[in-house]
Design a protein around this ligand. Sequence first.
Ligand SMILES: Cc1cc2nc3c(=O)[nH]c(=O)nc-3n(C[C@H](O)[C@H](O)[C@H](O)COP(=O)(O)OP(=O)(O)OC[C@H]3O[C@@H](n4cnc5c(N)ncnc54)[C@H](O)[C@@H]3O)c2cc1C
Length: 659
Amino acid sequence: MRIVYTDVLVVGGGLAGLRAAVGARRRGHDVIILSLVPPKRSHSAAAQGGMQASLGNTARGEGDNEDVHFEDTVRGSDWGCDQQVARLFTHTAPQAVRELAAWGVPWNRVAAGEREVVMDGRRVSLSERPEAHGLIAARDFGGTKKWRTCYVSDGTGHAMLYAVSDRTVAEGIPVHERMEAIALIHDGTRCHGAVVRNLVSGELSAYVARATCIATGGFGRIYRVSSNAVINEGMGAAIALETGAAMLGNMEAVQFHPTTIFPAGILVTEGCRGDGGLLRDAAGHRFMPDYEPEKKELASRDVVSRRMEEHIRAGKGVKTRFGDHLWLDITLLGAAHIDGRLREVKEICQHFLGIDPSRDLIPVRPAQHYSMGGIRTDARGQARGLRGLFACGEAACWDLHGFNRLGGNSVAETVVAGMIVGESMADFVESVNGDLQVSTSLVREFLDAEQARLDALLQGNGRENAGELMRRMQDIMTDKVGIFRSGELLSAAVEELQALLVRSRQIGISTRRPGANPELVTAYRVQKMLKLALCVAWGALQRTESRGAHYREDFPRRDDAQWLKRTLATWSDAFQTLPTLSYEDLDVASMELPPGWRGYGARDAIEHPLTAGRVSEIAAIRQAFGHADRFTVQQALMSYEHLVPECFRGRNARLGEAS
Ligand SMILES: Cc1cc2nc3c(=O)[nH]c(=O)nc-3n(C[C@H](O)[C@H](O)[C@H](O)COP(=O)(O)OP(=O)(O)OC[C@H]3O[C@@H](n4cnc5c(N)ncnc54)[C@H](O)[C@@H]3O)c2cc1C
């Protein structure tokens, strides 16, 4: 029995896991990072467009601050997010972007003077302030009032991931690559680490840790058409679910990105529209202003994706043998802009479509992109239901994004949550000082159980084909649990997924090799992915309203009266075929920004009975505080500072703003 002991185990070598690891290491604790792939190959590298932080350096970002970023995030979430977390996040994001600059991220910078940009289909001239020259620049993104998205051309995630990965090397943190956590070791109330499979040799080890952090990214690959990498199969969320104690939050909240290349699903960044790109139909007509006169192409992603699908349903799409699509037009940006700021988009278009986007239109259609749901944590990243377990990044439901994440808020979340969770884990480890408090027999029990499961697959006589089950699951999710949902489609999806889950207990494999064996890997992962798919579909069926990315054609209104709540899913019995759902109310009476219209999309929500009272209370507080500064007023409305680790409490400095 191979047992590795450490203070902190971080499962996941993407941006979130790496940043959390650095935090805990800097507090003097031993940390080990596990990853399926070398960290620099993690999916974070694919992030193109940028990271939101309210620096306010760019001309169109002037006047930006935490308050504006907070409001954009809450509206973007369709009031589904945790507002204290949104505050904690918007406060810390400027520090994160500056820390990354210090670690070597070559952010695009402001150049003082006049420059031409494309806005709303027209070339306009902007004047950048001389005092901002050389400071970190920002571009426009969907659902934001200010230009706030800091960027490195359109290779932002790549630059960030390399810098943070290099930092972990500098901190001397060991990374165990090609190692997969396949189960959490726990006693029902306390997590003690993970059972880990070596993907090359097949050997199992136990990693016993005082604190364990899951940062394994999203679960997009439960869908057939997704912008996600093939390793985004949600294994971290699944092994947390399988503990029966940890909970998954808001799994039905799945984001579909408006512009993925049709039909492959490869993403072209929102930065294309942020920089002035337009959406056109088969007739070349720019249709978004017809639907969304305020924000047009730059409404939030859930709204733009729905409008695009609506337009296709109205017969306005371009017909092809693979189905219909629309066009993304960035020709108006010009070759120089595309070469400098959208170079990756250009290369994707050249390599995968054989077109030049400075001359040709890009065929696009929405596809699965982001998992707002994940392991439910508190504001400090501690998982609900299992002490010693933490989560951050896309694997977590922290819950910054509610039912729709704003573009640029995810890579920002990874590093900010990493900063918070690194400190939180260090605090936890210090609070449980002493031995690792786990019996060897418990560890052996978990190792033996996992070995037995693998042996059953390797030596059993099951007749079900894992690859076929995987494909069928992905088809069901794309066809029935997509952008437009209905009771009828969702019921059918749930029933079919349950049947697949039962069949997955009879998987047989033909390659009976215990080591490197993709067939075996598919077999044990699909069993777990089906549980995640059921959390999404069953949660979506129960939620009889439309909120953010969760759109029910049979319940098209947002219903704050019934559904201003977070879905929690647990899976306590290996033989159940549905998750157990419970709900966590969002407290309107303590919200800083009570529910209202988002500024785009539908206006006809069913009001929560406490909303009007809270709105009046806020007006009274604002009046009572008269000329107090914005920080004092904010504190009176909703306190969050106690959640910020001491080392990140300082105020953010901005040009022209007294600190
Ligand atoms: C194409 C694309 C473009 C995007 N562009 C942007 C953008 O411009 N701005 C923005 O804010 N967001 C963007 N996003 C979203 C953002 O990139 C991701 O949400 C974010 O990078 C996820 O980071 P993470 O650290 O949580 O996970 P990941 O980067 O996905 O890392 C997960 C890690 O977990 C490891 N892992 C997984 N399972 C296991 C296991 N069982 N055992 C051990 N290790 C495991 C993997 O090896 C990997 O190292 C984009 C997403 C896509 C798909």
